[in-house]
Design a protein around this ligand. Structure first.
Ligand code: UT7
Length: 325
């Protein structure tokens, strides 16, 4: 049975100019480059400049994706943007991108699933495209997490960074089997019983402030490896594929140890894992599209390669997506 698939066209990314090495945190906190690098794999991250907003990052990533695909804003009919750090409470950051890239018509909205946001946004784009509501969709993950960090909390502030990545998808009639290009399956999950192990202590209807990140790191770590492997396996099963069919694991970049342990649980060698956490830190919803764009830019993905993406974050919310390049 033929099917409409959401097929990747191009990607792009943007990182703010300011690079913050681990050593910078040694000046103000009881921490060390050695602790951060050995526990997380992170060596540096980018922080947005004063006045530089999430939409500024997203717009730069969107323009890069358009340029890489030889497209213009008028070729896009929807933007799905994942962020937990929007410019404003409303409107959606996505509409700022819509205007900046010269998109005429269509629609644009934000998705909030924190670090799992990009996988949730991909699933949303896939569903919209298969329902006939959009033909060419830009999926963006963009964050300025540095704005919601407590720089006195060494357990969180050393982990996160700012950045944005964008992926353009377009509909294509396909045979309807696992050999098709495009998004083959997605798997989404949330469990609000764990909402308090990773949260921000602010919001418009509670404190009226933006708040800062709080995390029980060890707790989140334990959930991460188990849930990410489960979601990956479930998405592969829905796609009619097995772990041995996967060419690249493109995980959320939170911690190298989580990525290594998840790959091991899935029975995948580390050489097949795209790792950018050393240079970006944890950029929440931006981490997978950043990793995608960096790896694509290096020519690592060949047409027909199977990519497995997986992410977990506050909620807890987690999921996976299988996409043939
Ligand atoms: O993206 C959303 C999802 N988030 C994640 O996936 C993050 C998941 N969690 C993690 O990545 C890890 O749990 C962390 C990197 C956050 C922490 O690593 P850990 O190996 O789980 O360390 P821990 O929290 O068990 O802390 C071990 C020790 C503690 O000291 P004591 O109690 O053993 O004396 C911490 O106080 O390390 C201490 N510590 C630090 N020491 C130096 C915590 N942060 C730091 C630090 N520098 N920055």
């Amino acid at each position: 049975m033929s099917l409409v698939r959401a097929v990747p066209v191009s990607c792009g990314h943007y990182l703010p100019a300011r690079v913050v090495e681990n050593a910078e945190f040694e000046k103000t906190l009881d921490t060390s480059d050695e602790w951060i690098a050995s526990r997380t794999g992170i060596r540096r991250r980018h922080f947005a400049a004063e006045g530089e907003t999430t939409s500024d990052l997203a717009i730069a990533a969107a323009k890069a994706a358009l340029a890489n695909g030889g497209l213009s804003g008028t070729d896009i009919d929807a933007i799905v943007l994942a962020t937990a750090t929007p410019d404003q409470t409303f409107p959606a950051t996505a509409v700022r991108v819509q205007t900046a890239i010269g998109m005429e018509g269509g629609f644009a909205f934000d998705i909030q699933a924190v670090c799992a946001g990009f996988v949730f946004a991909l699933a949303q784009a896939d569903a919209l495209m298969r329902a006939g509501l959009a033909k060419r969709v830009m999926v963006i993950g963009a964050e300025t997490f540095s704005r919601i960090l407590d720089f006195t909390d060494r357990g969180t502030c050393v982990l996160f960074g700012d950045g944005a990545g964008a992926l353009i998808l377009e509909t294509q009639e396909s045979a309807g089997g696992p050999q098709d290009r495009g998004i083959l399956a997605t798997n989404l999950n949330s469990d609000g019983r764990f909402a308090d192990i990773l949260y921000v202590d602010g919001g418009p209807s509670s404190t009226g402030t933006a708040g800062v990140v709080h995390m029980s790191g060890r707790e989140v770590f334990k959930h991460a490896v188990i849930k990410l492997a489960q979601a990956g396996e479930a998405a592969l099963a829905s796609a009619g594929l097995e772990t041995s069919d996967v060419d690249w694991l493109v995980p959320h970049q939170a911690n190298l140890r989580i990525m290594t342990q998840t790959a091991a649980k899935l029975g995948m060698p580390i050489e097949k894992v795209v790792v950018t956490v050393q240079d970006h830190g944890n950029t929440s919803a931006a981490s997978i599209p950043l990793a995608l764009s960096v790896a694509a830019g290096e020519g690592r993905f060949k047409r027909g390669d199977v990519l497995l993406m997986e992410a977990i974050g506050g909620g807890l919310s987690w999921g996976a997506a299988v996409m043939r390049w």
